[in-house]
Write a protein that binds this ligand. Structure first.
Ligand code: UDP
Length: 503
């Protein structure tokens, strides 16, 4: 919450009168960038004595088995709850249970429109509990949880994955009819986002928002309505990173903003970094760490574009050439479907041969936190998904910003213009989840951005210094007595009284 918020009285309750631990039911949107931070939050809640249940689809439960087993071993009250998906008649393949399993742009609409059908099984699960949960924390993209919470009289917070800077811009854009003005204007017009404490401009291409496509407007309206009727919001950020935007967001929203991040810092050991999101291939984390151990401190650039975006061969080749010609040591994550085509497979093998000892291509899921926390890593080429950006900042690693869609262009503005930790690669237009065959970023731009990020000089040193300062503040925020730690205490105490009634 914002700094001026008074501590809740319940924090001083004595043990003798303490009601039972509150039970939080967390409902992430089924995409890695949404599941991962909510599972981290569930872990933190459980570590702090609350009961936490994460509700998701069977495929995601299977991916999170490592997290659940680790929690069970140390006796944490964290459970995974499985709801059936996809519903019959949705036309989706059986394994299409996470945004990263959507095969093409056309499958996205059926995927999004099938999600509200989780409401029935979700309500049945909650009703079957012996006692009512204290609070439902549901992703902004899961507005179908609002009706269930309301009908059962359970308080509901929404979790919004992006930065408060983005969420504030998005909310002010909605409050002030910015989207309508943008739609009526020309493609090149620059529009100022109103009532944000720093100058922010967007174009038609970079305007803020999730579900902004005309076909998903109805879902966006439902999400905005569920946002306005929630009892508050939980955000993965920290006070010293975004204080002015947190305060303005709380004022504009009119409900508490619980700021409890960076959530990724709850992963303190090799096992939890290795199993985060889904377990990386056997031995991969050790192999990557061993490779990084051979590199000079701060010398390696890490390149990864989150869990959803996919690039076609022409763009992949430009990235590869750019990394090769930059002359810097690199780790580049190429997703399995991207690397599957024979011409890509061969091309990557040839690249690895040419850059042997200096370049490492990871095919498939990478243990991103383990990489970012290694002392050899000095820069990150990122698509500016908020988790990736915040994980980088939390480990003191400056970034090259290459936004693709949704909140990412605004996250770029935050990183570059406000926080001073980013070098833009220079993209001005979004791409859908699956790139079209145009080359958005040629190799020369990759070389320029990577060289600027990893090179010397006052500006580059300044970015590195700022990133390290934010990392130190992030660490302190999550320690006992730190702002995020204390906010989580208040959050738990606030809901201690609201649950536990007979189901
Ligand atoms: N991630 C990972 N390994 C990968 C790709 C992604 O661990 O190979 C994690 C990353 O650390 C982050 C999340 O997946 O926590 C991606 O979230 P983000 O918001 O950055 O991007 P999105 O996937 O939502 O576009």
């Amino acid at each position: 919450m914002a700094p001026a918020e008074p501590a809740v009285a319940a924090a001083t309750t004595t043990t003798a009168t303490l009601p039972p631990p509150p039970h939080f039911v967390l409902v992430p949107f089924v995409a890695q960038g949404h599941i991962i931070p909510l599972v981290d939050l569930a872990r933190l809640l459980a570590e702090r004595g609350a009961r936490a249940s994460v509700v998701t689809t069977p495929l995601n439960v299977a991916r999170l088995r490592g997290v659940a087993e680790q929690a069970a071993r140390v006796g944490l009250p964290l459970e995974l709850v499985e709801l059936p998906f996809p519903p019959p008649g949705s036309g989706l393949p059986d394994d299409c249970q996470n945004a990263d399993m959507v095969a093409d742009n056309y499958q996205f609409l059926p995927f999004f429109f099938a999600l509200p059908e989780l409401a029935g099984p979700f309500e049945a699960y909650v009703r079957a509990l012996a006692t009512r949960p204290s609070c439902i924390i549901a992703d902004w993209c899961n507005p179908w949880t609002a009706g269930v919470a309301k009908s059962l009289g359970i308080p509901r917070l929404f979790f919004h994955g992006p930065s408060c800077f983005f969420s504030l811009c998005d909310l002010q854009a909605a409050n002030h009819g910015l989207h309508e003005r943008i739609a009526a204007g020309g493609d090149e017009d620059q529009h100022a986002v109103p009532e944000v404490p720093v100058p922010v401009t967007v174009t038609k291409a970079t305007a803020p928002g999730f579900l902004n496509h005309p076909a998903t407007e109805v879902l966006r309206d439902e999400a905005m309505e569920a946002m306005r009727t929630a009892d508050g919001v939980v955000v993965n950020t920290f006070l010293d990173l975004e204080a002015q935007f947190i305060a303005c967001y709380e004022a504009a929203l009119g409900t508490p903003v619980w700021v409890v991040g960076p959530l990724s810092l709850c992963n303190r050991d090799v096992e939890s970094t290795a199993s985060r999101g889904k377990t990386a291939a056997a031995g991969r984390q050790q192999a990557i760490t061993a490779w990084l151990d051979e590199q000079a401190p701060g010398s390696v650039v890490f390149v990864s574009f989150g869990s959803i975006t996919r690039k076609l061969p022409r763009q992949l080749f430009e990235i590869g050439h750019g990394l090769e010609y930059s002359g810097r040591p690199f780790i580049w994550v190429v997703k399995e479907p991207e690397a599957a085509a024979p011409e890509v497979r061969e091309w990557l093998e040839a690249l690895e041969a040419r850059t042997a000892g200096r370049g490492l291509v990871v095919r498939g899921w990478a243990p991103q936190l383990a990489v970012l926390s290694h002392r050899a890593v000095g820069g990150f080429v990122t698509h500016c998904g908020w988790n990736s950006l915040l994980e980088s900042i939390a480990h003191g690693v400056p970034v090259v910003t290459w936004p693709h869609f949704a909140d990412q262009f605004l996250n770029e503005q935050l990183a570059v213009s406000v926080l001073g930790v980013g070098v833009p690669v220079g993209v001005t237009a979004p791409v859908m989840i699956f790139d079209d065959d145009t080359v958005a970023v040629p190799r020369e731009d990759v070389v320029r951005a990577v060289s600027t990020l990893m090179g010397g000089g006052a500006e580059a040193d300044g970015r590195r210094r700022k990133a390290k300062e934010y990392a130190e503040k992030a660490r302190r925020a999550m320690e006992k007595g730190g702002s995020s730690y204390e906010n989580l205490t208040q959050l738990i105490e606030s809901f201690r009284q609201s649950g536990g009634k007979e189901g």
